[in-house]
Design a protein around this ligand. Structure first.
Ligand code: FES
Length: 565
């Protein structure tokens, strides 16, 4: 395999001419022959003015470059698509696969011997890992790191758990607009990713667990000196990987590593979005992600990391408590510690090297968990033949076994139009159903699964209801919310057949979600159903034609690596 500038030469039919041209252009940029002979490290920067979570990415890229240069490599910073949750319309999930394709394409097209992947906001690390696994060149992830926690009137605030809490208080008339505005200024006090155990912290933690980062890289705050030192160390390590040509992502992402990720996901009470991302990441390596196994792991794995929304602390506390290495040590008897990392070591090395100190309020001992039962459960039943997920650690215990009448919203637009209508015929016992909000139906499976409590019930103090959808939910949200129902309504799943007033039974103890309607009636309704109109053109058409259902990761069928081992 050709290395350095000789790799991936542009095809003019004369490789030496291609190299001559390439070197000439680089000389125009000020590089000399000594520099051009070095191993090349690509530095994928996801800096974008549309991505405030990645506000420090330019500084991180500079620190990575310093590490690469110090270790004898040649760094090249390059951009890809960058996705931020509150900017990417209609939902960043629609564009995750496009970003993954961008990453894979650039890793395959540009001359680099290794790559540093700077990411953090929810979809970015999954997209980077998906692309890197398909390109399969040595790759090391550098999360941008979490924000520091906010402070307001004596309370610590975390995006976006407290964004949702404060908004719900405001909607319910319990918080004035003035007070909301004052708290708003403190919700996101620094650059970085959301500092609760939302999707960003979850995916950074899982990337570290899977061995794709240096130890401790998931949790050091975005604005800390430690984060900058981590960037420099990441650059140095990338040069070693460039010289060795390994480890390649496919060497790290084994079935054992994925099993470790499932254990950690349950122990951190991570975002349900991780189910979709892990399935997609596994698919790029030709591996399956077993939701039934994840459910079984959950039954034996208490929640140990005490972060919002399930707990009380923030990502910076997780870091100073010992971070992922301390958590891995807590779980060492359950993990496969032989799993390897980008640093060329195993989890055994990380666990044995981690300092003895652990803040036991933040990373709880096994006999004093935050939540004794599982964080995430996987359901099946006649309403979700290919599965659905519920974050039990964020659900109301009184609602996880519940039977009630359905109130159906056919689309996000209908939900927005009707949910606050004072005439809405709804009671706290209703199961709110949102459909056509899945991968194909929305399209892009937005984080709309935590349907707002109807205003008239919120005003009466109702804080939670059973909500069921083929959508996703933010990792920072809470409530008795059944998500990722598969197959989705737009793909002809049973969710498409639910009518107002149908009885629905949620029985988490038996892992069931059932529509209590006669099969003959459902068959009659199925005959009347027709699929929604597809987007006419462009990426959205490609998306709906090729996206898989949530249980398979919502990746494109033509990007999944078919099982080879
Ligand atoms: Fe970027 Fe939360 S919106 S991490």
């Amino acid at each position: 395999m050709k290395r350095g500038l000789r790799s991936r030469l542009v095809q003019y039919g004369d490789d030496e001419f291609s190299l001559f041209l390439r070197r000439g252009f680089l000389k125009s940029a000020g590089y000399d022959d000594e520099a051009l002979a070095r191993p090349i490290v690509g530095v994928l920067s996801t800096a974008s003015d549309f991505n405030p979570c990645h506000g420090t990415a330019p500084k991180l890229a500079e620190a990575v470059k310093a590490g690469v240069l110090a270790a004898g490599g040649l760094p090249f910073v390059f951009p890809t698509i960058s996705l931020q949750e509150s900017f990417a319309f209609p939902t960043s999930m629609l564009w995750r696969n496009l970003m993954a394709m961008d990453v894979e394409a650039m890793l395959g097209a540009l001359p680099m011997d290794a790559v540093v992947l700077i990411g953090g906001c929810d979809k970015t690390i999954p997209a980077e890992l998906m692309g890197a696994l398909s390109a399969d060149i040595p790759a090391i992830v550098l999360p941008v790191g979490p924000m520091l926690a906010g402070r307001h009137e004596g309370a610590r605030l975390g995006a976006c758990t407290d964004c949702r809490r404060l908004w719900a208080e405001f909607r319910g008339g319990r918080l004035s607009e003035t007070d909301l505005d004052r708290a708003h200024d403190q919700l996101m006090p620094t650059s970085g990713t959301c500092m609760v155990m939302g999707t960003a912290t979850t995916m950074a933690t899982l990337a570290e667990t899977l061995g794709f980062t240096l130890a401790g890289a998931a949790t050091a705050p975005a604005v800390s000196a430690e984060r900058m030192r981590m960037a420099t160390a990441t650059g140095r390590r990338a040069v070693e990987m460039a010289k060795a040509g390994r480890p390649r992502p496919s060497e790290l992402l084994t079935a054992a590593a994925l099993n470790n990720a499932s254990i950690v996901l349950q122990a951190i009470s991570g975002s349900t979005n991780a189910l979709v991302h892990l399935a997609a990441i596994a698919g790029r390596a030709g591996l399956g992600f077993d939701l039934a196994a994840l459910d079984a792991i959950g039954r034996e794995t208490p929640v140990l990391v005490n972060l919002k929304p399930a707990g009380e602390f923030f990502a910076e506390d997780f870091h100073t408590a010992g971070g992922v290495p301390a958590l891995l040590r807590r779980l060492k008897d359950r993990l496969d510690l032989g799993a390897r990392t980008v640093a060329g070591e195993t989890l055994v090395d990380i666990v044995s090297r981690a300092p003895a100190y652990v803040d036991e309020d933040v990373i709880r001992p096994l006999n004093r968990p935050v939540v004794a039962s599982e964080a995430i459960a996987i359901l099946s039943g006649n309403l979700a033949p290919q599965g659905a997920a519920i974050k039990l650690s964020a659900a109301s215990p009184a609602l996880v076994s519940h039977e009630g009448p359905a109130l159906v919203f056919d689309s996000l637009a209908e939900l927005a139009r009707k949910i606050d209508d004072p005439a809405l015929a709804v009671t706290p016992a209703h199961c709110l159903v949102l459909r056509n909000a899945g991968p194909v139906g929305a399209p892009g499976m937005p984080e709309a699964g935590a349907l707002p409590i109807p205003k008239k019930l919120a005003a009466q103090g109702v804080k939670d209801m059973v909500r069921i959808s083929d959508a996703r939910m933010s990792g920072t949200a809470f409530g008795t919310v059944v998500l990722h129902v598969a197959p989705e309504a737009a793909a002809g799943g049973p969710l498409a057949l639910v009518a107002d007033g149908d009885r629905i039974r949620l029985d988490v103890g038996h892992r069931r979600l059932d529509l209590l309607v006669e099969e003959s009636e459902l068959a009659a309704r199925r005959k009347r159903w027709s699929p929604p109109k597809k987007p006419a053109r462009g990426y959205e058409r490609l998306y709906v034609d090729h996206v898989s259902q949530a249980n398979l990761g919502c990746d494109f069928d033509f990007l999944v690596k078919h099982p080879v081992r």
